[in-house]
Design a protein around this ligand. Structure first.
Ligand SMILES: NC(=O)c1ccc[n+]([C@@H]2O[C@H](COP(=O)([O-])OP(=O)(O)OC[C@H]3O[C@@H](n4cnc5c(N)ncnc54)[C@H](OP(=O)(O)O)[C@@H]3O)[C@@H](O)[C@H]2O)c1
Length: 321
């Protein structure tokens, strides 16, 4: 297939482009920041500079590329300062998930694109009640915390709009496996504590496995929503000490809920004490997906341990494979 990847220069875009090409697809990959085109071309794809928020430019780029399929992986999370207001931190990403999705879908419908796959998110979104692990059929959080209500609405919009158009929304777990993984710095600096009982459940995903699942969804997936997460959703109190250990950091601090709420806000408390994880049963069953890193236990070690032992900053050990 000829595949247009929006956001080809990012954390998931990079290994995805590599794997698409390995599978014999022709790839046109978009980027935004100057210099990132070379990164895409080095992977063997054609690079186009594109602002997804410029609908006319999106239309033009898609017409010029004449793809069979579009994969939307654009977010704006590099160098973001995470504040108490998650909506503030996700402002640009929310626009890419709403306006950007609309622009790509409009371009797809005028150019006869047959398949559409878009990046969504599984962790932290399911209703904070009942069991710890949720399937795609389980309800999303009906009352997301105020600080993340717009971000939740943007993800819901993407899920609904893409699937209504016959596309696929991939609800990924928390990515790791690249040089700019967001958790590494805070965990190394002991700025990520276990709050209360640390019972919030997270689902993780190595970027290699994320790219494998995305290629499978592109090639074989039926329209709909898929959780793309690893096999071991885990409470913060379980995974955080392991990550700290792999990174060579001191064990995480413990702080009471009231203090975390005061210092970091309700979003941080929700994520660390109430969040639910996600099940990958549907993706395995319907896409035939198998994971190289079924658990963050192996994945964290593979991604971080060698660099840590060498006393270096974390680096993309398996990026691009
Ligand atoms: N599921 C998850 O946990 C998840 C999901 C997404 C990101 N993240 C994390 O967030 C961090 C940053 O992610 P990232 O490296 O992928 O960077 P990013 O800044 O989120 O960029 C992702 C892609 O979107 C493109 N992009 C940004 N703004 C755009 C716009 N207005 N129009 C078109 N394309 C646009 C970027 O292009 P340029 O880079 O060329 O500007 C890049 O190709 C990483 O640590 C990553 O793992 C996690």
């Amino acid at each position: 297939m000829r595949v247009f990847v929006a956001g080809a220069s990012g954390a998931i875009g990079t290994p995805l482009v590599t794997q698409l090409i390995q599978h014999g697809h022709e790839v046109i990959g978009s980027f935004r920041k100057p210099g990132h085109g070379e990164r895409i071309e080095a992977l063997g794809a054609r690079a186009v500079r594109l602002d997804l928020l410029d609908a006319a430019a999106v239309r033009q780029a898609v017409i010029a590329a004449a793809p069979d399929a579009i994969i939307h992986q654009a977010t704006a999370l590099a160098d973001v300062n995470f504040s108490r207001s998650l909506d503030k931190s996700f402002l640009a990403t929310n626009r890419l998930r709403t306006e950007g999705t609309d622009a790509l879908l409009a371009a797809a419908s005028t150019t006869g694109v047959r398949r559409f796959v878009a990046q969504s998110f599984a962790s932290l979104r399911y209703a904070r009640e009942g069991g710890p692990v949720k399937s795609e059929d389980d309800p999303l959080d009906p009352t997301p915390i105020a600080a993340a209500s717009k971000s939740n609405a943007a993800m819901r919009y993407l899920d609904e709009t893409v699937t209504a158009a016959g596309g696929i929304a991939l609800r990924y777990g928390g990515f790791y496996g690249a040089a700019n993984d967001g958790l590494v710095g805070p965990v190394r600096r002991r700025q990520f504590p276990i709050v209360g009982d640390g019972g919030g459940v997270w689902s993780f995903l190595h970027l290699h496995d994320a790219a494998v699942a995305t290629v499978l969804a592109l090639e074989n997936g039926d329209p709909g929503i898929y959780n793309i997460v690893d096999d071991e959703p885990a409470a913060v109190r379980d995974w955080l000490p392991v990550l700290a250990d792999v990174l060579g950091a001191k064990p995480p601090r413990h702080v009471p809920v009231w203090l975390a709420r005061l210092i970091a806000g309700g979003g941080a408390v929700m994520m660390t004490t109430e969040a639910r994880g996600a099940s990958n049963a549907k993706a395995k069953r319907e896409l035939g997906w198998t994971l190289r890193y079924p658990s963050w236990r192996q994945g964290f070690a593979a991604a971080y341990a060698p660099a840590t032992r060498a006393g270096q900053a974390s680096r993309p050990v398996v990026q691009g494979q």
